[in-house]
Design a protein around this ligand. Structure first.
Ligand SMILES: NC(=O)C1=CN([C@@H]2O[C@H](COP(=O)(O)OP(=O)(O)OC[C@H]3O[C@@H](n4cnc5c(N)ncnc54)[C@H](OP(=O)(O)O)[C@@H]3O)[C@@H](O)[C@H]2O)C=CC1
Ligand SMILES: O=C(O)CCC(=O)C(=O)O
Ligand SMILES: [Mg+2]
Length: 741
């Protein structure tokens, strides 16, 4: 029996799973393939981590740890749906929901002072931020639009693109720091031998504090350190806000407080405290007393004001509101509810937010609910430069055309917690002026960084085997596609300079004959790629972990309308496969819509596409011919699904995710009934195809009639399975056919 693990996760894709997984389980019955869920949702991870607070029957196993082991084995075959990378406000909300369900969990201690509180905070911190992906990603990533999906997108271009103003007329620009950012301060070495590193802070008086001990590095590993100088960061925020005010454009900030859970909330907090400086400094003592923390956004500060007497609360609110008058106008997340870009650190996530700026013609939403030019602050040049380049390109050449534009796919260095995305346990906020130094087992200083109080120090690793595998994957994608491969590496960035050496060392080991290969910094690489897509040509970007994340949302959103439609394969180093569904997130807005009006606009194309290589892997590794047939027929069904445009609509009372999955299952059953490679499958699915097809109009209607009113699924972070299943499988006619399989 082969096993496919289907991750149980959060929000919109979790809702979609209630509709689609029963279909997959029914279709695979009797094929030697078992599809099993493992709960790695935020709620599930909290429960697993806090078992000692819970009753026996409330406990669940640590499935994330289990899967973390599985990915190191050749039999791993995991369909990984996007999960919540929780910010502190999300973690608190999830804990509250669980407490309401009778889980006797302690509150999350925001201000940990006692040893007990600190321990609790550390335990909960395991559930914060990007806690799942780095554990499962024991391989590099291959993200691209399947040929059928790209062809569909060109034939049926999405209508979300808004025109850019005439050349040179947009006031949109990407603002970044010119000094004192991670880009400027980065130092990097390649380890000559295995070693163990100690992190020390040495204050101005020479007093040494150990920050971390026992970091094991192996020979060939690239090891970096860098610092974000917060004084420079604050100057940058203030100057950019002044510029936005003077130009009368919206000010916006784009970070990744979810994934970069240690550094980015702090960078976010500085933006909040610079923008609302007058109010927050005036009331600093009171705000400190009530535990208001700018790192959690203005929204959290406003909530904490409830702890104060009404007159004091009103006074501080008035002072905060006065800042809006003297400062630049902020981009809005929800203008009706007056939620700004600075309210919640996880509302604006750069990989999804910057593509929308490009898509919307260099604009974001203002308070009047209109689109307006924005100055987009992306402080660190490691990533800002490429966004700057694409924005400038659009300001010169206008909007892209999804009907004709080529594609930029990605091969990303990601395995074994590569680079920034593995840096959380090596990120420290400097306690004072001094030096943070990295000392090896012989007592020698490997690298050191001067810091001022509050500076964000970060160290990153990238292991040699993953780097070599990444080069190999890039070459093989170049060969298979005939497209040029561009390594986005900047010799002026210390880390990239080390990686360039490795790329040049490993390229000759692979068969690169006929493959066009370039190494370019992110500005040149973006220009090269964008010039090509405007000519309808496609390019492979081979990047580090962060650019992987950013580019695999940017181009898909422009090309396909959403990164949900991507094929996202992680060939695991140990031989297994992790098949991620799409490249985007968990679309919290979709859940909101579903609860309000019973329409789930989540597009599961990513899930459908991911299943194909998952079946193919079983066919290849175990010679299971039924798996090969399932893969081929599903692929054909996806083609038909696209051709017949059965994608979910954004509007209530039109086809939604459930209807989409129904049509996909009909086409899949038809393809199984039509094939002749496996007679048993053919015989089994012929009546199913007929029943689904005979009842198609009825089922389609049932899946629309059920929409239009609020839905109760018994929870947000931990829905009630029975309620959710009922809500997401509302067609009795359809269920009867599937359940009879
Ligand atoms: N691999 C993973 O596990 C990932 C997890 N995340 C997590 O997801 C959460 C939300 O992230 P965020 O960046 O805000 O946004 P999302 O990527 O969830 O959504 C941004 C927008 O993209 C569109 N979208 C995304 N997926 C789909 C889909 N399947 N079908 C249709 N439209 C889609 C929606 O646009 P519209 O409003 O126009 O419908 C949505 O509002 C966070 O907790 C984040 O950490 C994020 C990225 C990857
Ligand atoms: O793990 C996360 O937080 C998000 C991952 C992500 O955005 C990506 O891989 O594209
Ligand atoms: Mg992403």
């Amino acid at each position: 029996m082969s096993k496919i693990i289907w991750s149980k996760i959060d929000e919109a894709p979790a809702l979609a799973t209630y509709a689609f997984l029963p279909v997959v389980q029914a279709f695979t019955k009797g094929t030697g393939i078992e599809v099993e869920t493992k709960d790695i949702s935020l709620a599930g991870r909290i429960i697993a981590n806090m078992a000692d607070y819970l009753t026996e029957d409330q406990r669940i196993a640590d499935f994330l740890a289990e899967l973390g082991e599985l990915v190191k084995k050749p039999e791993a075959n995991i369909i990984k749906l996007p999960n919540i990378s929780a910010s502190v406000p999300q973690l608190k909300a999830a804990i509250k929901e669980l407490q309401g369900k009778g889980y006797k969990l302690p509150d999350y201690p925001e201000e940990a002072t006692t040893a007990e509180e600190k321990e609790l905070q550390a335990r909960y911190a395991k559930c914060l931020g990007s806690a799942v992906n780095p554990v499962l990603r024991e391989g590099n990533s291959d993200r691209r639009a399947a040929a059928s999906v790209k062809a569909f997108a060109q034939k049926n271009p999405h209508r979300m693109m808004k025109p850019w103003p005439a050349p040179g007329q947009s006031q949109c620009r990407v603002a970044h720091m010119e000094e004192g950012d991670f880009y400027a301060t980065e130092k990097s070495v390649t380890m000559e031998k295995d070693d163990v590193i100690k992190f020390e802070f040495v204050d101005a008086a020479g007093q040494v504090t150990v920050l971390k001990e026992g970091l094991k590095l192996i020979a060939g590993e690239v090891f970096d350190s860098s610092v974000m100088r917060v004084a420079k960061l604050r100057e940058f925020y203030a100057a950019t806000a002044a510029e936005a005010k003077q130009k009368g454009v919206l000010l916006s900030l784009h970070l990744k407080a979810t994934m970069m859970k240690v550094s980015d909330p702090v960078m976010f907090g500085h933006a909040v405290s610079v923008y609302f400086k007058d109010a927050l400094e005036k009331h600093a003592a009171t705000l400190k007393e009530i535990g208001a923390n700018p790192n959690m956004g203005l929204g959290d500060i406003l909530n904490k004001l409830d702890k104060l007497p009404a007159d004091k609360k009103a006074e501080i609110e008035a002072d905060i509101n006065a800042c809006y008058e003297t400062q630049a106008k902020l981009a809005m997340v929800d203008s009706r509810k007056n939620i700004t870009n600075l309210h919640v650190p996880n509302d604006v996530i750069v990989d999804a937010s910057m593509p929308n700026v490009v898509r919307d013609g260099g604009k974001m939403w203002n308070k009047q609910d209109e689109l307006q030019d924005t100055i987009a602050m992306v402080p660190d040049r490691c990533y800002a430069l490429m966004y700057r380049e694409i924005v400038e390109d659009c300001n010169r050449n206008g909007q892209f055309d999804p009907a004709t534009m080529g594609s930029v796919s990605n091969v990303g260095l990601m395995a074994q917690k590569a680079e920034e995305y593995g840096s959380h346990d090596k990120t420290f906020i400097a306690a004072g002026k001094g030096v943070i130094r990295l000392v090896n087992s012989a007592g020698a200083v490997v690298m050191e960084q001067a810091v001022e109080q509050g500076d964000i120090f970060r160290a990153c690793q990238a292991k040699d085997i993953p780097i070599k595998d990444w080069v190999k994957l890039a070459v093989s994608r170049g060969k298979a596609s005939g497209q040029p491969v561009v390594f986005w590496l900047d010799e002026n960035r210390a880390h990239d300079a080390q990686i360039i050496k490795k790329v040049n060392k490993y390229l000759p080991e692979f068969d690169t004959a006929g493959v066009e290969i370039h190494i370019m910094d992110s500005v040149k690489a973006m220009r090269f790629s964008v010039e090509r897509i405007r000519r309808g040509e496609s390019t492979i970007s081979a990047t580090g972990n962060v650019l992987r994340d950013y580019l695999t949302d940017l181009f898909p959103i422009l090309e396909l309308g959403t990164s949900a439609r991507m094929l996202s394969i992680v060939p695991l180093l140990a031989g297994g496969g992790l098949f991620e569904t799409g490249a985007g997130g968990s679309a919290p807005k979709h859940v909101e819509q579903f609860l309000k009006e019973g329409h789930n606009r989540w597009d599961s194309l990513g899930e459908y596409c991911a299943l194909v290589p998952s079946f193919e892997m079983i066919a290849a590794n175990e010679g299971n011919q039924k798996a090969a047939v399932l893969a081929e027929t599903l692929d054909a069904a996806i083609g038909k699904y696209l051709e017949n445009q059965k994608l979910p609509s954004r509007k209530v009372k039109e086809i939604d995710n459930r209807g989409s999955s129904f049509w996909l299952s009909l086409y899949w059953a038809e393809a199984l009934a039509a094939q002749s490679k496996d007679a048993a499958l053919q015989a089994r699915f012929a009546p199913v195809a007929k029943a689904l097809s005979d009842n198609a109009a009825k089922i389609d209607q049932e899946l629309i009639d059920c929409q239009g009113s609020p839905v109760d699924i018994g929870g947000y972070y931990m829905p009630d399975d029975a309620k959710a299943a009922a809500a997401l499988r509302p067609s009795a006619t359809y269920n009867a056919i599937i359940d009879a399989l």
